[in-house]
Write a protein that binds this ligand. Sequence first.
Ligand SMILES: O=C(O)CCC(=O)C(=O)O
Length: 237
Amino acid sequence: MQNDLFNDARDSKRTDALLSDLLKELPTTPASINRTVGNNLIVEYPLVFDPSLSLSVFDAIDKTTPWRQDQIRIAGRTIPVPRLQCWMGDQHCRYAYSNISLDPVPWTPEMASIRDFVNKVADARFNCVLINKYRSGEDSVSWHADDEPELGPSPQIASLSLGATRRFQLKRKPLLGLSKSELSERVVMNLTSGSLLIMQPGVQENWLHQIAKTKVPVGPRINLTFRAIEGAGNGTD
Ligand SMILES: O=C(O)CCC(=O)C(=O)O
């Protein structure tokens, strides 16, 4: 991906300053749509970054993130996680999921500016972020909830998407007492570049989500899921 917004930025320090200035000027109450899923709420901000800024932010993140190719063990086999990722956050934000245990890399100046912006929009104190890069339609994440114990009993999660549009699907967790029709409910949202979703408390307790593989040719996509790990700082280090 290429764009010209930062062409006058001669070095990376200047690029950070430009990005941080641009983000400070953005409205922190952008247009939003409330989407109810069962008794829970997802607030969708379809365009927090315009297309040109989305491209610039994509490029800045892509260049400055120390991407990792993690491996997971499934049924006795070790396979690469089908996306690149990086766990970034305050010093004490250790995180474990699917048998992967992650120590955070420190905030890059670019990601710290984005975190501050997202914290203002969501009125939150996110102190860590899982950065994912889906290189093509072959990359994916299967059904799961962001409900690890370190996120607390009822986490709020913010998800910012950049690059190719991908389908975000939700289905109910198979909880006792749900009817057949509730269990067959599906919600589908197309996550476009520059959009932000705030999954409010309740969503992770009751719903699973996934980004499925697709055979439709799609370009790369970066997704940031901001989280707060309790007792691990207030999102400012
Ligand atoms: O890429 C997305 O939109 C979702 C990412 C996700 O669910 C996760 O990282 O937990």
